[in-house]
Design a protein around this ligand. Structure first.
Ligand code: PMP
Ligand code: GLU
Length: 406
């Protein structure tokens, strides 16, 4: 009865983790949630007003499936203003979130047996979306020593005649890595030698960069790759807009048309109200975005201090996004106060929820065993309480010989 392709797909681990937290809370358990990656504050009032005004003025109907002309024009202005990239509106397609655009871009371009290069650690949905098209995710490991960034020679070694895409996410979920201009230049140089390989750039965290680090869009430095690049972005993170579901792709017309073809036969269009609010967000004052970035930066700084105090945890400082990707390998081999033996990052994740009441996500889900992802898109109070609980749970661990760990 069910599609054989589903055999290669698991539920999104971040969505599964959120569901687990919701279920535990419904049972009355107190849980500190470091799982889901979404801003913990509301959409700015002027943007909400934009949505309400749209409803009151009758924008309650289907829109063009590629997005309203007004929103595509606002996206074109945004790409020009913030990324110095010129796109016509027929090179832009709006979807129900960036996730929807990535999914449909793969559906529009992949055939059975095609390969997509996915640098690890990766955002959980990329490999499964590729597998759903009967194509093959080719995972390329990026070491902690390299700051979790894709090495050009590793990319070159992974390319075959069947490679159709490289998906590059900067700033990165889960590692927080932000590629520099030079690093992108080196990656683009490899791609130049392989015309069959397209580049998908997921730039959804572009505004959340810290210590003066700047987000560089790969197309800024490699305009020659434009005919085979799809830039993906969305409003979810920058404008605390996750529930409105608006994302977009900008790229070659022939690809954009085919993504739109799939939209006409599936979702029809993104919500009219959300599209109108997105215009207000993109064209309006950008202070809410810069304030969110500074807030996340201060939380990141505090999280780094707290991690440094816990024996057995270590972390490369993320330059962007709102996650820390924490190395927990030194905890492996220990026994918890409740007698659980820690053999993997999944065990450590379970230990944190069961013995500290803190929910996190295992690095294995991101293609990187030995690590945990913790989202700091949550209040400073929760961050303090969560790390205090982790610190005391870890202090209660013993080496298998019965010695205290720390
Ligand atoms: N890309 C990355 C790297 C993400 O973390 C997310 C967050 N869910 C998305 C894409 C999709 O976001 P959305 O569908 O809400 O636009
Ligand atoms: N991107 C977010 C996360 O990684 C949202 C959940 C999802 O879409 O998987 O937590």
């Amino acid at each position: 009865m069910f599609s054989e392709r589903l055999a290669s797909v698991k539920p999104s681990p971040s969505m599964a983790a959120k569901a687990k937290v919701d279920a535990l809370r419904a049972q009355g358990r107190k849980v500190i949630d470091f799982t889901i990656g979404e801003p913990d504050f509301d959409t700015a009032p002027h943007i909400i007003e934009g949505g309400i005004d749209a409803l009151k003025s009758g924008q309650t109907r289907y829109t063009a499936s590629a997005g309203t002309p007004a929103l595509r024009a606002a996206i074109a202005r945004k790409l020009e203003r913030e990324n110095q990239l010129g796109f016509r509106t027929d090179e832009i397609v709006v979807g129900c979130g960036a996730k929807h655009i990535i999914y449909n871009a793969f559906a529009a371009s992949l055939n059975e047996g095609d390969e997509v290069i996915v640098p690890a650690p990766f955002w959980v949905s990329y490999p499964d979306m590729v597998a759903l098209q009967a194509a093959k995710p080719v995972i390329v490991a990026c070491s902690e020593e390299s700051g979790f960034k894709l090495a050009p020679d590793a990319l070159a070694a992974a390319i075959t005649p069947r490679t159709r895409w490289l998906i590059l996410n900067t700033p990165n979920n889960p590692s927080g890595a932000v590629y520099t201009r030079d690093e992108l230049e080196a990656i683009c140089n490899v791609l130049r030698a392989h015309p069959q390989v397209w580049l998908m750039t997921d730039e959804i965290y572009e505004h959340f960069v810290y210590n003066g680090v700047k987000h560089v869009s790969p197309l800024q430095i490699a305009p020659d790759l434009r005919e085979r690049t799809l830039l993906v972005n969305g409003l979810s993170k920058a404008y605390a807009f996750t529930g409105w579901r608006i994302g977009y792709g900008a790229g070659p017309v022939e690809l954009v048309k085919r993504i739109n073809l799939l939209l006409t036969q599936s979702t029809t269009c993104a919500s009219a109200m959300s599209q109108a609010a997105a215009v207000v967000a993109l064209d309006g004052p950008q202070q809410c975005v810069s304030e969110a970035a500074r807030l996340f930066e201060s939380r990141r700084d505090r999280v780094m201090e707290l991690i440094a105090r816990i024996p057995g945890l270590s972390c490369v400082r993320p330059d962007g996004a709102f996650y820390v990707f924490v190395n927990v390998q030194q905890l492996l081999g220990l026994q918890t106060a409740m007698g659980k033996s820690l053999q993997s990052d999944v065990d450590v994740m379970n230990f944190f929820i069961e013995e500290a009441g803190v929910a996190v996500i295992d690095g294995t889900s991101y293609g990187c065993p030995g690590f945990l992802r913790m989202s700091f898109a949550t209040s400073m109070e929760e961050i303090e309480a969560g790390f205090a609980a982790i610190a005391s749970a870890v202090a209660g661990c013993t080496a298998v010989s019965g010695m205290k760990s720390a």
